[in-house]
Each structure stands twice: as structure tokens, then as C-alpha cells.
Design a protein around this ligand. Sequence first.
Ligand code: BLA
Length: 325
Amino acid sequence: CSTLKSSSVSSIHSCNWRRRKKPRLLQISAVSYQKFIDFALNETKHHAVLVPSPLQEKFDTLNAMDGKTELQMLSFQAPKIRLLRSMYIQNEVMQVLDFAVFPKPEFDVPIFCANFFTNASMNIVVLDLNPLHNTTFRREYKEKYYKGLMPLGLKYAKVSDMLGPGTLLPWGGKLTSESIKFFSPIVIWSKFTSSQDKHDALYSAFMEYYKAWLELMDQAVEGTDVSQIMCNCEAQHRYLTWRAEKDPGHGVLKKLIGDTLAKDLLRNFLFSGVNELGSKKFLDYFPEYSCEDGSVSEKRSIIGKSFENRPWDSRGEFVGNNSES
Ligand code: BLA
């Protein structure tokens, strides 16, 4: 199926199908994340001198085992950016973007994170400035970065969460509970069927969030306190360790390029730094995943899924599941 049904077309009241309004169909080929990448790279060039990352030589274009899917990888670095990398996957029935920017450990700026998965029936979207430090316990970190971003977050949260179902980028419902710690109060987490309006809203959110991130980066002052830099480094390593092991995209990648290549891509490209920024292992950070024989549990979540609704209030205070009925 190469067409997507717009969500607004079901006319269940009509008893005569012939008279139904013609559904507005969105071709999967009409969804392209290429323009997101082009925007981000162009915009970054206005703020920093990007140079290709050494990773670019090894990770460029990959053809999947099905002979129909292409994976395109891009990677850069800049004076304040340890790694800007993008992976764009496309075939006739699927479009995936995984775009992230990791600051150098001298900077405690959040990690820019855009993960969009689109197939014929569904879009799964995470867009965020992932905090390096916990925004509930490290109040000063939350103040420093998210206080000023709350209006932006609210603009999209209002559109998404407060007007009820059928609106632009609604909260995606329950998710792996462990993931929420890696998200900020302004995260856009959404699941929706494709429509032009929703894809336009997503592009606009992406542009605004990315510009906001670039401004944080512009203002960021290089840390000189060694213990602070080490703390940033460990926070980034913990994040990379989590994602290299438990990211929900693993299954799709393994299917496309096989276990060995997928693991290589995850550890040496997408979450590059996991082998270099620290020596702790997954179970050192997340001991609850330990099996009796000392191996890492294959489960994605130990706690299970939660957060039916957005677990932050309009001031960005974590309210957990309180808002659930
Ligand atoms: C689903 N992707 C999800 C979900 C989340 C994310 C929260 C819902 C399932 C869950 O609760 O785990 C994304 N989770 C994130 C992100 C972070 C996190 C960004 O913890 C960051 C800290 N998604 C991709 C890529 C692919 C992909 C590259 O980003 C495929 C190559 C696929 N994501 C994908 C699929 C699902 C999904 C297929 C639905 C399947 C599932 O829920 O297991």
C-alpha cells in the first residue's frame, strides 16, 4: 500500500458510499524528510563551521538486504558540536529520519533529537531537546535551558494536548517508562496517521525547535571546571548507552541490514561515543535490566509502559501520571 488515508476522512454517517467525499490521500512519496535535513544543515551553517566527521567515510549510503531500501547517513562536527549526524531511510512504504546533534562535553547544552518513523498506517514522532541532566532533580539545569523554552513547548503542547483528539500533534500515549527520563518538558511525542496538516505541523515544529537549539548553542560558554565536564561526559555516555541498547528502532534496522551491520551502525554511527566517552557498561547505569546469569534483559522496559497523558504541567513541572483519569 503506497497511499495513506487522511485521518479526517472517515464519514461513518454516510450510508451511501457513492456519495462519500473522496478521501484526501497522502502518498507515502509525498512525505519526505529530506527537506528537514536540508533545513537543519543550512541553518547550522549560519551559526557554525561544519566539517565532515571522520565517520562520514565509513557511513555513507547503505542498501538494505531487500534491495528496495536506501539508508543515507551524514555526519559533521563543529567547534561546539561533537557530532551532528543524520540517518534517513526510505523505500516505497516507509520513511524514517533519525537526526541528532551531540554537543562537545565542555558544553552542557541539551542533545537535539528528532526521530520520525512513517509507514503507510502510522507516524511515530519524537522531537525534543533531550536534557543532559535530570530536569526534576537538577533545578538549576531546568531553569537554565527550559524556562525560556516553555513558551515554545506550550505552543505545540497546546496544539497537541489541550484541544483533544484530532488536533495536530497529540501526545502519543503510553510509552516505555524509562524513556521519559531522557525527555524534556517540551518534548513532542506523537503518533498519528498521515495528513498534509500534520506533516506541515511537524516541519514547522522541527524548524522552530532546531532554531531554538542553535540559539542555546550560540550562547553556550565552554565549561572549564573539570568535574563539570566529566559530569557532562558521563551524562552523554549514559544517554548513548541507553539508546545504543534499547532504542525502539533496532528491530527495523536489524530487519533491513542484519544484526551485525545494525549493531555496527548503532554503536559506531548513530550513538557514536558509546565506546569512547566512558567505560561504564549498560548494566552499570541500568542495573535493573540485569538477568540472573548476568546478561542484559532483552526487554525494552522493566517498569512497563506509562504516561497516558503528558506528564509535565504548563510550567514544565513533572506531574507524572497524576493527570491520568
Ligand atoms: C516507537 N520510538 C518509538 C516509541 C518511542 C520512540 C518513545 C514508542 C515505543 C516506546 O514506548 O518505546 C522513540 N524513545 C524514542 C526516542 C528516545 C526514546 C527518540 O527513549 C530517546 C531517548 N524509530 C526511530 C528509528 C526507527 C524507529 C530510526 O527513531 C526505525 C529505524 C522505529 N519507533 C520505531 C518503531 C516503533 C517506534 C517501528 C514502534 C514499535 C515499538 O513500539 O516497538
